[in-house]
Design a protein around this ligand. Structure first.
Ligand code: ATP
Length: 606
């Protein structure tokens, strides 16, 4: 098996740390990918993102705390733990400590054995596989005696690492690699390296949307070329990135947007589930593609009994219901269930129903390229309905009035609103895309701003007075998918209880970084910069234009961006990744809609 020296990767890591532009980052990654043998390209792709596999594989955590890492460094470089700790105090980064001690250790070894002997005998060059496989073994070492095993594995790796490698191995283990490489950057780099340039990006992206495993996709394109990706179809066991909806307000306008007649379904207020079935084997993926199978033994059972096809991928919403009446309960109820430790007790207290709305694979047939009416028919044909496992409530209509009464009925029944879905000739399943094929119409929040938005924390400010010394307001950003950047929208300082504030300070800690993250676009200078990772739901009075923010900069008027007046924190959205935040494009739409409403409300001359 062809391998790559780990020093090449460590060198790239170091270069990436100095880069502040995303274009340079992409170029550097593309060069690294080209140098990487096919056999290990998946490992390199995972490692630059600071992980060993996609999150949905649910690999155990490395389980190496600071104490153990200090021990490993001391063991590797034959120095006392107190020396490691005192260096850590002065350098503030265990990666730098390891780098320094590795350098000292090597020069001592050279002096005592003589340079030649050291070169010939003592030095083992690390490879990507050795580092990756060792870290994998660290993760899988569980239970009794595992601390010792982890310690020895890491120390062994560090002993053989050169100073730079040691720095990055330690940072990786600590979860502090922070290179700012998002999925979109990897896709761009793969297009450059193996597709001949940016024009190959859509092909790679499509494949990734259908099989959300960047390492797997990198391996296919690196070994078989870009054409091999064109034929990629969904595979049971690998999650498909979910199709998402735009938001609408007016029934007639929504129907126009989806092309007239549409399938209108209840928009249930629960958790999205992508259910994969292979014989008796069931896996459930969440909206952000985490494996949530263990949380829902009841749904696993429903799917086993309720899907006739041997192999299938279907989508539905898991909703909490009243144990007595079977009526729909809100999302918060489902979260209450998820927080409970005893899952079987939780299952009894908060039972769930599943409302199915899509089918993406049936046996070996890829349904994502089929139009919605065909997918829907396939779904109906392959499931066996019961009280708790059934099709989403729906009608087909082209009449705004009928849509509206169905919407009111949905709300009365405890749903969040409706989903209006196109059924025309192009109504295929657009994995990973938020578009006008699906439009959501939701219950109004009692406020001026029609809908809340989900924004990403990119910075924070210290409070004054009672809140002095604590981070108490947040710089929030939207997501710009075209540029793969996070431009700022507003500063949020209200809506936090004191308790929430304390929790927030703890939550932010691991994400604080010394400089602006390369994917953040900001005119403001917060007291601390935060890596884009945490998403919060924000409600405001209205959307405004602001010269301080970079969201949709210049799109409405030169030099100003879109912002939110009186933004208020509502809750954390743990189920969303930063790339799932409200997009710049959605905010621009919302802004335009607000303008239209104001214009419509203005008195006209008689
Ligand atoms: P929101 O923030 O409004 O909850 P979202 O950003 O998570 O939504 P959207 O695409 O905006 O995702 O809304 C679609 C979500 O609504 C889906 O992810 C799914 O969980 C849920 N949902 C409920 N009922 C349906 C349905 N009948 N069809 C599709 N999605 C549905």
């Amino acid at each position: 098996m062809a391998d790559l020296e780990f020093s090449v990767v460590a060198e790239a890591f170091e270069a990436m740390e100095r880069i502040t532009s995303r274009t340079q980052l992409t170029l550097l990654l593309a060069r690294l990918f080209k140098r990487t043998p096919v056999d290990v390209i998946d490992k390199v792709v995972y490692m630059i993102q600071g992980r060993l596999a996609p999150d949905w594989k649910g690999l155990p955590e490395l389980g190496v705390g600071e104490k153990l890492l200090v021990k490993a460094i001391s063991l590797a470089y034959k120095v006392s733990e107190s020396r490691v700790e005192s260096l850590y105090k002065s350098l503030g980064d265990l990666g730098l400590v390891a780098e320094r001690l590795a350098r000292e250790y090597r020069s001592k070894a050279r002096r005592s054995t003589g340079l030649m002997a050291f070169m010939e005998g003592g030095e083992t060059k690390l490879t990507v596989s050795r580092v990756y496989d060792t870290l994998l073994r660290v993760a899988f070492a569980q239970g009794e005696g595992s601390r010792d095993i982890k310690l020895k594995l890491i120390a062994g790796l560090l002993t053989d690492a050169d100073p730079r490698e040691a720095k990055y191995i330690v940072r990786f283990i600590e979860g502090r690699l922070r290179l700012g490489v998002g999925d979109a950057t990897v896709l761009d780099a793969l297009a450059l390296a193996f597709g001949g340039g940016a024009h190959a990006r859509p092909v790679i992206e499509r494949a990734y949307n259908l099989r959300a495993d960047l390492g797997h996709i990198a391996r296919i394109v690196a070994s078989l070329g870009i054409d091999a990706l064109r034929g990629v179809e969904p595979e049971v066991g690998i999650p498909i990135r979910p199709m998402l909806a735009e938001r609408g307000k007016d029934p007639a306008e929504i129907l126009r947007k989806v092309g007239g007649k549409a399938l209108v379904e209840y928009k249930y207020d629960g958790e999205r589930a992508q259910i994969h079935k292979d014989g008796d084997n069931i896996i459930i993926f969440s909206r952000r593609l985490e494996n949530i199978t263990r949380m829902y033994p009841d749904v696993v059972e429903m799917a086993r009994k309720g899907i006739k096809a041997g192999k299938a991928i279907v989508e539905g919403e898991i909703v909490a219901v009243d144990p007595e009446t079977g009526e729909l309960r809100p999302f918060q109820e489902l979260m209450r269930r998820k927080r409970k430790h005893d899952i079987h007790k939780a299952m009894r207290e908060v039972p769930v129903h599943v409302y199915l709305f899509d089918a993406l694979l049936r046996d070996s047939e890829d349904l994502t390229s089929k139009i919605l009416p065909e997918r829907r028919k396939a779904l109906e044909d392959m499931i066996v309905e019961s009280e708790e496992w059934r099709m989403a409530e729906s009608i087909v209509t082209g009449d705004p009035e009928e849509l509206w009464s169905f919407f009111l009925k949905a709300i009365e029944d405890g749903a969040e609103g409706v989903m209006v879905k196109a059924i025309h000739r192009e109504s295929v399943y657009t994995a990973g895309v938020r578009g006008w094929l699906w439009v959501k119409l939701k219950r109004d929040y009692k406020s001026e701003m029609i809908d809340t938005v989900d924004l990403v924390v990119v910075g924070a400010f210290y409070g004054r007075g009672k809140r002095g010394g604590k981070l108490s307001s947040l710089l929030m950003a939207a997501y710009d998918p075209e540029r793969d950047m996070f431009p700022t929208v507003c500063k949020v300082a209200t809506g936090f209880t004191d308790e929430e504030l304390d929790r927030m300070n703890d939550m932010l800690k691991p994400y604080i970084i010394p400089r602006r993250h390369p994917r953040v676009d900001s005119k403001m200078e917060p007291d601390v910069w935060v890596e884009p990772a945490l998403v919060a739901e924000i409600l405001g009075a209205e959307l405004t234009l602001s010269p301080m923010h970079t969201c949709c900069l210049g799109a409405v008027r030169p030099g100003v961006g879109i912002s939110i007046r009186f933004p208020r924190f509502i809750r954390w959205r743990d189920d969303k990744r930063p790339e799932d935040a409200t997009t710049t494009h959605e905010l621009l739409e919302m802004y335009r809609r607000q303008l239209r409403r104001i214009e419509e409300a203005a008195p006209t001359e008689a």
